[in-house]
Design a protein around this ligand. Structure first.
Ligand code: WTA
Length: 632
């Protein structure tokens, strides 16, 4: 682990000058059945990236079995339920081993084999993590779908990668809500005829429909399964998981991560960014508040903390239930030392006032983290002062579903921090700023589009079932480079600040949502002729969703229509994608070739109406006046 700024500089240099030797040494710290024959094989044209070629191992052996000698009774997870009157659960590394093996054996009994895809649609309970690891144990590929997605979004993901098995629960608790989960699965499966078995963990006790041929209750089979399961021997480049994420066009893409590089990089980034004491019996306790349905949960709830052998908290609920002091209460309750959350949560809690913070000591905290979206300076200062009591370094971690692990971030207490700056690249990461034409922007105090010019172990390998799409989305805009889709500033000291997406992807409450996806959901409403969706600045969510919608002039009551449109989006994607503002318009600003000028719509939604630029190329410039007048 890097412990000084000098050491960081030295390691960074080493990682650039001789990446293979650098990663060889780090990968050598894991347990392999067979050592790799070649460290890296790559080109960014196809693209083709292979790390630790021919290496054989199993990630769960490294995340679990490796720790049993010495850490068997150490806590792997503490589970805090949504309700406050439910006992927390403590899962030791030994318990974790046994549970993962039981689920793994159950999956095997269903006929699941190496390479088969398994969909996991579950809330934040330990069984969800067991399920992911059980897949990894037997070489099955998990595809976790965030349990807030609608049945149609779930169905699309199940079909895209052809899952034979779905793991789910009866229901889920989120704050005061009791959410049906199994019912969503049932609806989704009406169009997914390839699914053979559904394993249902009874969590809320909500009665559910049971299809006798297909559905099996977890509690009736898993406890009877053997608590040992020989791990499948995996190749470094065998697929570990698929995770769907939104892009600027079309349907969400299945980002594919493979076993070797993902293991090595997520663990390395975790250890160095968070600087936890990973010794046996250390009192350090990690808490990442993300949902395992997103990449942050995959990498920094399920995999990296276990690979590093630490203890962490899994939280089922929401930050505002039963009140806005919940996070701080849980931190005091378990003495959390390393806390990792999203700016949107910080801003939402800040807005509730300090009365929810002051009752708590928060004196166990050592390091604070931020992830998912740019953290504005005000939120950064509030977090620093009121939660970190000005003594906890804040690591603002920039990365993406496609990068697998944290790419640009301070190393806590080791490298400098600067409010709203992710700061410096981790060793092994070679960022580059380019202008619109793809020319490198050199020097400091500059701004451009953020690319990465050299492979790192946990990078995306392909988009499931469509390699051409992977190439087109990430490697074609600037040939020879991985393009992140983010804009970025490099300050006079060489620190990086991510300024936000430069493509048609929005970041709403830290969730990635494509404008195209929302438009297609809105257009599914029978009265909608056409729509255009853009993001606009939102105090709490970071970005809100602004939809311009054309409907026939004869359309009935607009208020009812707007409600119906929101219901349509809920149905097709899920509540996270519902528009915050819907403006009914008679036309959209289009060029003569029919292209919607989003730049103009974005400016109007942002309220920057005096600065619309040249609109003379529009087919019908008068439509702009109308839209400006009707702005919400
Ligand atoms: C944004 C989440 C600024 C960025 C891990 C990126 C950030 C997208 C930060 C990926 C940060 C993530 N500062 N922006 N610290 N972290 N982003 O795939 O726009 O859900 O491209 O991965 O979130 O979102 P994703």
């Amino acid at each position: 682990m890097i412990t000084t700024f000098e050491e960081y500089k030295k390691e960074y240099q080493k990682s650039i000058e001789n990446p293979e030797a650098f990663w060889d040494e780090i990968a050598g710290q894991f347990s392999w059945k067979q050592k790799w024959t070649k460290t890296l094989d790559w080109n960014f044209d196809e693209p083709n990236v292979k790390w630790f070629v021919d290496g054989k191992f199993n990630i769960t052996e490294n995340a679990i079995d490796r720790h049993l000698l010495g850490r068997a009774n150490q806590t792997a997870f503490i589970w805090e339920s949504n309700a406050i009157d439910v006992d927390n659960r403590v899962i030791t590394y030994q318990n974790l081993h046994d549970e993962v093996c039981r689920v793994a054996n159950t999956l095997k009994s269903f006929g699941v084999k190496k390479g088969d895809r398994v969909c996991i649609y579950m809330p934040m309970i330990p069984e969800t993590v067991f399920s992911m690891l059980a897949c990894a144990r037997i070489g099955a590929v998990h595809s976790v779908v965030f349990a807030g997605f609608s049945s149609s979004a779930l169905a699309g993901r199940i079909q895209d990668c052809d899952c034979k098995i779905v793991l789910t629960t009866d229901g889920a608790y989120r704050g005061v809500k009791d959410i049906p989960i199994k019912a969503v699965v049932d609806e989704a499966l009406e169009t997914c005829l390839g699914v053979e078995k559904v394993l249902v963990y009874k969590h809320t006790g909500t009665p559910v429909f049971i299809n006798k041929e297909r559905d099996i209750i977890w509690q009736e089979v898993v406890p009877n399964a053997l608590s040992t399961c020989t791990p499948e021997v995996m190749d470094s480049e065998d697929v570990l998981f698929i995770l769907y994420t939104s892009g600027s066009t079309g349907k969400p893409k299945g980002v594919v991560h493979t076993c070797g590089g993902y293991m090595v990089y997520t663990c390395y980034s975790f250890q160095n960014v968070f600087q936890m004491n990973t010794e046996q019996n250390s009192n350090d306790l990690f808490w990442c508040t993300a949902d395992v349905g997103w990449i942050t949960g995959h990498s920094y709830i399920t995999y990296a903390p276990l690979l590093a052998g630490v203890s962490s908290v899994i939280f089922e609920g929401v930050p505002t239930f039963p009140d806005a002091g919940r996070f701080w209460k849980v931190i005091d309750k378990y003495k959390v030392t390393h806390f990792y959350t999203a700016p949107t949560a910080i801003r939402a809690l800040e807005a509730q006032g300090l009365d929810f913070v002051t009752p708590y000591k928060l004196d166990s905290l050592k390091v604070l983290g931020s992830v998912g979206e740019p953290i504005n300076e005000e939120a950064w200062q509030w977090y620093h002062k009121n939660i970190g009591k000005e003594k906890c370094p804040i690591v603002d971690t920039w990365w993406q579903t496609e990068t697998g692990g944290i790419m640009i971030s301070a190393l806590a207490g080791v490298t400098p921090t600067k409010p709203s700056y992710a700061t410096m690249p981790l060793p092994g990461i070679q960022p580059m700023l380019v202008d619109e034409k793809g020319n490198e922007i050199i020097g400091n105090d500059v701004e451009g589009n953020l690319c990465i010019k050299f492979p790192w172990p946990s990078m995306i390998r392909t988009t499931y079932g469509d390699h051409a799409r992977c190439k087109q989305a990430y490697f074609e805009t600037y040939p020879g480079l991985y393009f992140t889709g983010d804009g970025c500033r490099r300050d006079e000291n060489g620190f990086y600040r991510i300024t936000g997406r430069v493509d048609d992807v929005m970041n709403v409450s830290g969730h990635r949502i494509g404008t195209a996806e929302v438009e297609s959901a809105i257009n599914a409403h029978i009265d909608v002729v056409e729509s255009a969706v853009v993001g606009y600045p939102h105090d709490i969510k970071g970005q809100g969703i602004y939809a311009y919608v054309i409907v026939p002039s004869t359309t009935k009551n607009h208020d009812i229509l707007k409600k119906e449109i929101i219901a349509e989006v809920n149905k097709i994607i899920g509540p996270i994608a519902k528009p915050d503002k819907i403006q009914i318009v008679s036309g959209l600003p289009k060029t003569r070739s029919g292209k919607i000028m989003r730049r103009i719509l974005r400016k109007i939604a942002e309220g920057d109406v005096n600065n619309l630029g040249d609109i003379s190329t529009l087919l019908d410039p008068t439509v702009v006046d109308e839209i400006v007048k009707g702005k919400l």
